[in-house]
Design a binder for this molecule. Sequence first.
Ligand SMILES: NC(=O)c1ccc[n+]([C@@H]2O[C@H](COP(=O)([O-])OP(=O)(O)OC[C@H]3O[C@@H](n4cnc5c(N)ncnc54)[C@H](O)[C@@H]3O)[C@@H](O)[C@H]2O)c1
Length: 324
Amino acid sequence: MRRILVTGGCGFIGSHLCEALAARGDTLRVLDDLSTGKADALPEGAELLRGDVADPGLVREAMAGVDGCVHLAAIASVEKGVQDWLGTHRTNLTGAITVFDAARRAAAEAGRPIPVVYASSAAVYGDASAQPIEESAPLRPLSAYGADKLGCELHARVAGAVHGVPTLGLRFFNVFGPRQAPGSPYSGVISIFCDRVRRGAPVRIYGDGLQTRDFIYVGDVVAALLAGFAAASAAAPVYNVCSGEACSVLDLLGRIARLSGTEPVVMHEAPRKGEIRHSLGSPRMARERLGLGPARDIDLGLRQVLDWMAREVAPQAASEKAQQ
Ligand SMILES: NC(=O)c1ccc[n+]([C@@H]2O[C@H](COP(=O)([O-])OP(=O)(O)OC[C@H]3O[C@@H](n4cnc5c(N)ncnc54)[C@H](O)[C@@H]3O)[C@@H](O)[C@H]2O)c1
């Protein structure tokens, strides 16, 4: 049994991770400001410290006595980074540096290294021309969010090279699964489509719907995070976490409609300015280095989302204003 600190543990990915850590018998401490996360998403027995991941005193307190840290706390919205550039930067980059710094101080006190596995993002690549995207592709983020995630990777190198902190960065592509709330305009396309299709509400398709994404089920992301501790090192490796399968928006909608047994109502809108046309990752390195198996079939993952929504999401809870 190990003691693990999870920042952002009350969020979508964090709550699934905490469930898996608790199931294998680890002791959990979670640091979360509950800005988007929910305290009741945590498994029984998890200790919750409510507060800001960019608060050095609080993060040092949270890091004391742990064997490892998974850093997920972030403002996971490209759009919020447009509206509040400085505010999101503080959480998304200063927060990560605060975590790395606390890990080096706690390690010095404990006399042993404290590995940090952290969430990066496919947003570090921007609009990559060569697909599937390998880790060696040029890093040209197009958003404050992507730039801050790249900053996390660069500071992870500093954490290792200067302070001896072992880290591992995971560049998640489009993560989906149960507990991804459909009610926000910033939600993932899958939770919004599933919610609207099951309610018979119109679904917006921007442009021709042939833009493609690489969707990865949250259970596969948790498997990568769990495998991550063994691969964390002072060399600060970074791997893609993706399925390696391209799925177009229209294909996605067709799958959800078929699984729901309904005919979707589609509203066609003008293409969104600056939208990336294709994003397909290569999962090869992560599979080799972390020993991961193939990603879950997308239809099985979609079924999980639809079943969860039928059980736990009241139809009126979802916002009519949600955008895809
Ligand atoms: N969901 C995806 O498709 C995706 C893709 C790429 C990367 N990521 C990254 O994965 C991580 C988890 O994302 P998620 O989808 O679970 O998002 P989420 O919003 O559900 O979870 C983020 C958690 O961080 C907490 N948080 C936010 N600001 C905080 C702060 N200042 N201090 C403490 N806690 C704070 C929130 O309350 C929430 O519980 C993030 O780092 C995100 O950038 C997610």
